[in-house]
Every structure is written in structure tokens, then in C-alpha cells.
Design a protein around this ligand. Structure first.
Ligand code: GCW
Length: 683
């Protein structure tokens, strides 16, 4: 295989590679237009912007662009020069304008952070080989809160982390600051993310003790000039665990006082502390229900403590209880929607994209559009807990957009939210996200949180050009591959609206047979397969979860003939012989879809194999090898699921398809040990 002698890369530079522009005519145009940088005076943030610009331009243009103090044509000016007429009202606190006037390029914002964001956009413009004629660029974020959520534990493990261990070196903080923190901050700021929660939502109260707060100070000091605020997960029972109180009852006077004192203390350490993220009364976490109080009582307790300092509470809506016999997908709505209007202004309710749990495909979460008096944050998961861990290539922009474009009771979903949170897929792996394509999802999260009108295709283009190559054939084929990669796992794992049929606990691989323990963590609870058919009846004849959606979507869902087929088994129990749009019976369609998923992975492999000349050998080979695993695992999912469901349908897998190579018993006995992402302490 010819790799055109591209030097090996390890992926550490992510999309900020700044490699020399090979197109000579473009290079000359850029070089002629950019000859010096007016040295900005002022803040740390402007220094960072200037340094990034120097570094980026040196890499891209192959020359060190000098800093000057006098204005000459060919200069880049950071800030708001008096000679340029700039309409900056529309760009708010974080937006920017990139324009060209009187022979100079101006990158302006109302704040220094806006300028920094503008610099990253300008570099992206050059990295993706755009014309300098295409100015001005005017951009401002559509969502106020754009927060990366790390599920990192203080012991260095990461819950559902598949790219190594946490890169927060709590042990050596605050004294040793790994250079990786700075590169992390650059990456985060380059895509407009303005907040990070450092610690797992399954929280350890220790993170709120002075010892750990001092460590968080070091990180927040480093992140501040990049426009990144630090948030911490708060364990609801912290007043007991680290405060010595007997209760954590949100209405108890001592508890109220404890949180107030804690908030004062935190703001003494971190004056711009973002606030708390809280997982309460979910999967064994403590919460206000332990004291017969409501979620709003719990959230408001913390909100009152943080309000004087401008902090917010991000309260997670991922709440459900096994003791509640109600359909798990209905519980959060039932509990929280009646509390609309009861949350303090500085409380944001963070809701996962779907009502279950980051499955390959879910309908949108019906809380969106149903709580007009509550600020909502959309939570998505870049860590691929249910999407083949960091082994499978799955480009998530189409998944995120499917949710954000959904029509809720109150209009398009993206217009009903004030923020977006993404569960990080990063770790200590040299390339940050494990799979070389994993960073595309981190990138996508930032870009969509900034501007949810961007298309999946446009984001893929940007990322591919910056991460690998601007060559048109490469960009086109790799984009197609990425777009296919969203539907492939749906097909080979959970087609037609199936859900939650993965292996227990580590969630790696198929497990439609998983039974025992709490019902809502088993598979038959969700697939309901029997001799008649398969699927969860959520119509009025079943759990009536569809009642949580508005007309006309509700009616569309409730009728099996109008329900979108890609959600059919989410909402209906369907007879094996039911005829689908394709003319195939349900059973045959299931066989078709599982095989289509495998075929799509094979297409992705063929596409990648044809792109070797555009990519350095190290990254090419890494992706190639992971696609081989993905293909194997796609077959594993297909064969295991079809063998299992066949015990109910009693129908043959049509002869045109590959037949399972092993028995059901074999698949049921596959055991995997030490799968990453499940900290010993919790399971
Ligand atoms: O998807 C589930 C995961 C848990 C996780 C939980 C949550 C952090 O299996 O590991 O806990 O979601 O979102 O709180």
C-alpha cells in the first residue's frame, strides 16, 4: 500500500494539526494576504489567541508571521480597531466577526473570548482551504451553555470511558500541571465549549472538600482564559458524608446552612465556578426522594446556595426506579413535568436525548417541549457506551441532529433548550478518544452546541479536512463512510426500534437473553419477544408512553401502520408475520436489517481501504484494524440476536443471508472480563 510518505501521526493534535498547505496557488494567496500580526495588548486570553494564530499560521503557511506594533497592509488585527466599522451588537458576549478591511484582516469580538473563538474559526477557515474572499464571517453561539461532562472518578478511572484513564492527575494536582491540560483547553475552546464538569455524576463527596477544591482551582485557573468554566458534580448526601450532619434533607435548616457555607467556600477558591451537576435518586444515588421531598426541593436547595455567586445547578432528569412498576421510559416525565415552574431560575434540567439511555436510536425525550417554564439542557453521549465502545466507528452528528431537529410540543427541539451537554469520550489515550474517528464526535458536539443548524455533512467535511486531508476524493468518500456509520450499528445491534438488548453491566456485545436482577436492567423487559411477535407495546393498550407526546406525532406513533418503522418495536408489539413497507414480514425484515448493518460495515471497510494514499500509515492502519473488529462484532451481534429471536419466531433465516456460525448456547456463554468503563467500585 502506498502512503505517499506522509509522516506517521498519533492523533494527539486532533483537528488542530496545522500542517503545511500543499496547494501552491492557495498558499501564495494566503501568504500574500497575511504578512504580520498586530500585537494585541492585554489579557491572557488575547495572548493565547495571538500564540495560537502564530502557531497555526507557521504550520499552515510554513513561515513565521512576525508580530508588529504598527499597522500595515497584510496585518491581522485582533480586537476592535477604531478604523473598522463593525456591527458587533448581534454577536453578544461570545460571538465574533472576521472581516477584511483596508488590506487588513480584523478578528473582532465584544470580549476577548469572542476574539479567541474568532481566531480558531479563522484558522479553521485556512485549514479547510476556504477563500479569504468569503469574508465577513459573523458568528455567535445559539446555545448559552455548552458543557462537556466528564464521568471521571477521583481514582483515575472513567465510568463508560473507553480511551484509557482520566487525564485529571488528581494525585499530583495542584502542583503539577500536565501540558495535556493546555492542549485540552485549546481543543475545547476551538469548538466553543464553555464549560466542563470535571467529575462523574455518580459523585464522590470528597471532590467538595478543601483538599480537592484546591486541585480544581489549578484546573479552573488554567481554563479561565480559554473561556472554560469549571463545574463539579455534587453528591446530594455530601452534608452527611463530609459535613458530619445526620441528614441531607433539603428542607432541614442545618443542611441549608451547610450548602450555603460550602458555596461560599467554593467561590472563595473559584470565583467564576460554574455550579453543580447532580444525579439524584437514580441508580442508587442519594436524593431528595430519600426524605420524601421533590426534585425541585432538592435542586432549589443548591440553587439558593449558588445564586448569590451567579452559579447554576444542572439537575439531571435521568431518574427512574426499579421499585416503580411503570414503564421506565415514562418515569422521568411523570416525575418532573408536574414540577414545571417550580425550579429556581438558576436550575437547568439536563435531559438525555431519548427517554431510555443513549440507545443506538431512541425517539426524542418527551420532556423536551413539555416544560416551557424550566430551562432545559440536552444531554448526549459521545462515549460509545451502547455503540461499540471506542472500537466501532460511529459518527454521531446524524444521531444528535435527529434529536435536535425533532418537532416537540413546543416547536423544534433545539429551539426549546438553553444548553447542550456531552458526555466526553476522552481519556489518557495518546489520541484522546481511542478510535481515530472518535474525536469527530467530540468535535461535532462543540460545533452543534454552537450552531445546531450545521449539517452532519458540513461538520464531517470540516473535521476530515482538518484531521486528515483536504483532497476532494478523500473528503467525499470519507464523509459518505461517516454518514453510513450512524445507521450501521442501529442495524446490526437494534434495528426497527429494538433497544436495551446488550450484555449486562459492561454493555459490550449482544445480550437479548439477559434476565435476573432488577427487571428494568434486563432485556426481555424491553423486547418482549414471544411466539406471537416482538416489541414493547407503548400504545394505550400497553404502557401508553405515547401519551407523553403531542398530536399529531402521538397519533402517528400509536398506529402501527404510520409509526416510523425505525421506531416500530419501540412503540409496538408486532406479529412476526406483519408485513412492512418493504413487503417483507417482520421476521424477514429483521433478518434483512441485521444483515444490512453488516453490509454497511463492509462498505465502510472498502471505502477506507481505497483511501490509503491520503492518510499516514499509522492512522490508516489503526482505523483499518478497528474496522476489522467492527465487522466481526457486527456479525456477532447479528448472529447472536437472530439465533435468540428465532427461538420465539420459529422461522428460518432466509437462505440468501449468511447463516450464524455458532449455536445460541455459544453466544450466550461468551464472557468478557475487565471490559473498560466499569469502575470496580460500582459494579
Ligand atoms: O447509561 C447509564 C450508564 C451509567 C451512567 C448513567 C447516567 C453515570 O450505564 O454508567 O452513570 O447512565 O447517565 O447517570
Amino acid at each position: 500500500m502506498i502512503h505517499a510518505h506522509k509522516p506517521d501521526e498519533d492523533g494527539y493534535d486532533l483537528w488542530l494539526r496545522y500542517v503545511p498547505i500543499e496547494d501552491m496557488s492557495l498558499l501564495h494567496t494566503y501568504r500574500a494576504a497575511i504578512t504580520n500580526i498586530m500585537q494585541p495588548s492585554g489579557s491572557l486570553t488575547l495572548n493565547i489567541a495571538q500564540n495560537e494564530l502564530v502557531r497555526g499560521l507557521e504550520g499552515l503557511l510554513g513561515v513565521l508571521i512576525p508580530l508588529t506594533n504598527t499597522l500595515t497592509p497584510g496585518a491581522i488585527v485582533l480586537g476592535k480597531p477604531t478604523f473598522a466599522k463593525l456591527e458587533t451588537e448581534s454577536i453578544g458576549d461570545e460571538g465574533y466577526i472576521i472581516t477584511s478591511t483596508q488590506g487588513v484582516i480584523v478578528i473582532a469580538g465584544n470580549t476577548d473570548i469572542g476574539v479567541l473563538y474568532g481566531v480558531f474559526h479563522f484558522l479553521r477557515h485556512l485549514q479547510t482551504h476556504q477563500s479569504l474572499e468569503n469574508l465577513p464571517i459573523i458568528s455567535a453561539p445559539k446555545l448559552k451553555y455548552r458543557v462537556l461532562n466528564h464521568w471521571d472518578n477521583l481514582d483515575g478511572t472513567i465510568e463508560r470511558g473507553y480511551a484509557g484513564f482520566s487525564f485529571w492527575d488528581w494525585h499530583k494536582l495542584p502542583d503539577y500541571l500536565s501540558p495535556r491540560y493546555t492542549d485540552y483547553a485549546r481543543a475545547v475552546a476551538s469548538i466553543g465549549i464553555n464549560g466542563v464538569t470535571l467529575t462523574n455524576v455518580n459523585a464522590n463527596a470528597l471532590s467538595l472538600t478543601p483538599q480537592y477544591l484546591q486541585k480544581a482551582v489549578a484546573l479552573s485557573d488554567l481554563f479561565r482564559p480559554y473561556g472554560i468554566r469549571v463545574y463539579l458534580s455534587a453528591r446530594f448526601s455530601a452534608p452527611i458524608e463530609i459535613g458530619g450532619l445526620k441528614t441531607a434533607d433539603p428542607l432541614d435548616a442545618d443542611v441549608i446552612a451547610w450548602w450555603q457555607t460550602k458555596a461560599e467556600e467554593i467561590y472563595r477558591y473559584i470565583p467564576d465556578f460554574g455550579g453543580f451537576i447532580v444525579k439524584a435518586n437514580s441508580e442508587g444515588q442519594p436524593g431528595p426522594h430519600d426524605y420524601q421531598r421533590s426534585h425541585s426541593d432538592g435542586a432549589n436547595l443548591l440553587a439558593h446556595a449558588l445564586a448569590p455567586f451567579g452559579g447554576i445547578v444542572i439537575w439531571r432528569a435521568f431518574v427512574y426506579a426499579n421499585e416503580n412498576p411503570e414503564d421506565r421510559t415514562k418515569q422521568a416525565y411523570d416525575d418532573l413535568v408536574p414540577q414545571d415552574g417550580k425550579f429556581e431560575k438558576n436550575v437547568l434540567l439536563q435531559v438525555k436525548n431519548g427517554p431510555l439511555d443513549f440507545q443506538p436510536r431512541e425517539p426524542y425525550h418527551p420532556i423536551f417541549g413539555a416544560m416551557p417554564n424550566t430551562s432545559l439542557v440536552l444531554e448526549v453521549q459521545m462515549a460509545q457506551e451502547y455503540l461499540g465502545l471506542a472500537t466501532h466507528m460511529v459518527y454521531m452528528a446524524p444521531l444528535f441532529k435527529e434529536t435536535m431537529d425533532a418537532e416537540t410540543c413546543d416547536g423544534p427541539l433545539a429551539q426549546t433548550i438553553t444548553g447542550m451537554a456531552g458526555v466526553a469520550n476522552t481519556g489518557s489515550d495518546r489520541n484522546w478518544c481511542g478510535h481515530p474517528f472518535g474525536a469527530a464526535n467530540w468535535y461535532t458536539f462543540g460545533r452543534l452546541a454552537w450552531d445546531y443548524t450545521l449539517s452532519s455533512e458540513a461538520i464531517a467535511h470540516e473535521w476530515l479536512r482538518m484531521t486528515f486531508s483536504n483532497a476532494p476524493r478523500f473528503v467525499q468518500m470519507a464523509t459518505e463512510m461517516m454518514l453510513t456509520s450512524r445507521e450501521a450499528p442501529v442495524n446490526y445491534m437494534t434495528p426497527l426500534g429494538l433497544h436495551h438488548i446488550m450484555a449486562r453491566s459492561h454493555h459490550y456485545g449482544p445480550g437479548p437473553w439477559v434476565t435476573g436482577g432488577r427487571a428494568d436492567w434486563t432485556s426481555p423487559y424491553y423486547h418482549q419477544a414471544d411466539s406471537e411477535g416482538i416489541g414493547f407495546d407503548r400504545t394505550p393498550f400497553g404502557s401508553n408512553a405515547i401519551s407523553q407526546y403531542c398530536s399529531p406525532y402521538r397519533e402517528q406513533l400509536s398506529n402501527r401502520d404510520t409509526c416510523p418503522e425505525n421506531l416500530l418495536l419501540w412503540f409496538h408489539h408486532v406479529n412476526w408475520q406483519y408485513i412492512l413497507m418493504s413487503g417483507r414480514t417482520l421476521w424477514n425484515e429483521l433478518c434483512f436489517k441485521y444483515n444490512e448493518g453488516v453490509a454497511q460495515v463492509r462498505q465502510m471497510q472498502a471505502a477506507w481501504d481505497s483511501l490509503a494514499e491520503f492518510v499516514d500509515a499509522a492512522r490508516f492502519e489503526h482505523v483499518r484494524a478497528l474496522l476489522v473488529i467492527q465487522e466481526k462484532e457486527a456479525c456477532w451481534w447479528r448472529d447472536a440476536c437472530l439465533c435468540y429471536f428465532q427461538t420465539f419466531s420459529k422461522l428460518p433465516i432466509p437462505a440468501e443471508y449468511e447463516q450464524p456460525t455458532e449455536s445460541l448456547e455459544y453466544y450466550m456463554n461468551v464472557q468478557h472480563y475487565f471490559v473498560p468503563g466499569i469502575p470496580e467500585s460500582r459494579f
